[in-house]
Design a protein around this ligand. Structure first.
Ligand code: FES
Length: 89
């Protein structure tokens, strides 16, 4: 199965990420990087191994609570995060 629906390290469901992101956006936080940072602070997602970050970002972009890691959008998000990390080194 290729289903990804949570941050495994911190046991945070992507549906919870979507719900919290909706309320953060309603309070004025719209920037994706800012949302990722705030969600990391509040929920802990992305703060362990970091492998969930592409899916957290996809959740922010789509509102969806799960993805198949084989989906083109999911693979693109993984590549994007890997490139971002490589350029930050
Ligand atoms: S799966 Fe989210 S930090 Fe490891």
């Amino acid at each position: 199965m290729g289903r990804v629906d949570r941050c495994v390290c911190k046991r945070v469901m992507l549906s919870a990420v979507a719900a919290r992101a909706a309320s953060l956006r309603a309070s004025g936080l719209k920037d994706e990087d800012g949302l990722v940072a705030r969600l990391a602070e509040e929920l802990g997602c992305t703060t362990g191994c970091g492998m969930c970050e592409p899916y957290v970002r996809l959740t922010l972009r789509t509102g969806r609570g799960w993805f198949d890691w084989r989906e083109p959008a999911a693979r693109a998000a993984v590549s994007e995060v890997e490139a971002r990390r490589a350029s930050a080194k």
